[in-house]
Design a binder for this molecule. Sequence first.
Ligand code: NAD
Length: 399
Amino acid sequence: MARMRVGFVGVGDISGIYLKNFHGMFANDIEVVGVCDLLREKAARAAAKYHIPKIYRDMHELFADPQVDIVLNLTRPAEHYDVTKAALEAGKPVYTEKPLAATFAQGKELLELAQARGLMLCGAPDTFLGAGVQGCRRLLEADVIGKPVGAAAHMICHGHETWHPDPEFYYQAPGGGPMLDMGPYYVTALTQFFGPVQSVVGMARATYPKRWITSQPLSGTEIDVTVPTYQAALLRFRSGAIATLVTTFDVYSMPGVNHIELYGERGNMIVPDPNEFGGEIKIKIGERNSAGAKQNWGHGKWIPIDSPYDSFSANSRGVGLYDMAQAMRTGRAPRASAALQTLHVLEVLEAVARSEGSAIEITSPFEAQATLPFSAGRGEPPTWETVQQRKKLCREIGR
Ligand SMILES: NC(=O)c1ccc[n+]([C@@H]2O[C@H](COP(=O)([O-])OP(=O)(O)OC[C@H]3O[C@@H](n4cnc5c(N)ncnc54)[C@H](O)[C@@H]3O)[C@@H](O)[C@H]2O)c1
């Protein structure tokens, strides 16, 4: 079958892993036909490294190319709207980096435009398709920790100015801040587990009015901070589960703080970093005696569990676009769909920023897509009973 042909708008920091994977793990299905960037030398570097046939003068030339089947928008958040809008107006399906747009209103407009033109619109993150989150979702569906009660999620770091070559956009409106930057990974993962969000409460502060870049090539450059950089949220899901989420660029990362902890009626689960594809899943369950009474509740160790998936555990960025390409071929819904998921996540993120302590209802639709099929080699996920057996075994062998 012919490969799906992709054109890149923006060839900055994140483009490297997309280019690598489209020329590696997804090379049988995806072909990069051309690239463009405001800074032509960036596009030229990528084209030379991967033998990409076309460097477009600008995005409009790319959109006019009949050889481009899907536009990949890898520009900065404040630029997503203009680029995606122009691509859709030119009749191209789009996969965009996160967030879908800098504001919910812009995201909604883009989705309406895509739907009016009958074009697919999808967006990052796609880490939720990795072995980590997919595996946790399967374990949850297999009732290993029982009915979900809630979750606690933390994205704690001291900002991106120590490593990103041009980090100003993370600190400026529109589109900046830790909730719009990292929240998509966390809220997307939580919706995979709990379904749609019903309402949101948020509080935020900006701890440092200025930041200094220490990465190259802009080391020493001052950044004015115009967005909150410590954002805390309470999310109530339609299913009844409640999650807390903190995202911040103001606090040193702390060893031992879990990215996402899921709490169920009969046990808890540690979800690997939702900004990664794989990682260790751990479960801790309570025990019951033969009469069903709880025993040992609160004691016992975390049990490491292999993800039931053995695919997409390494850095698989691009898998969302790969899934979109399959969906375009077969006519099914794509998993990273703006209509079913990404716009909903954007509405939640913006509500956190707007809330200032008041509850905001979330209205946009969300529809969970099926988990990925199991690849060969791993079987069905463990059940509560098999985890109990494993727990006994771990105790016997002193793990
Ligand atoms: N850097 C990361 O580690 C990372 C990780 C995950 C997601 N992302 C997301 O990826 C996106 C890009 O981030 P980045 O870090 O690569 O930023 P970047 O600043 O390194 O790259 C963005 C590039 O887009 C180009 N660009 C902007 N408008 C353009 C236009 N109209 N036509 C052509 N080129 C245009 C810029 O010149 C720049 O080279 C953001 O949405 C970000 O949130 C980044």
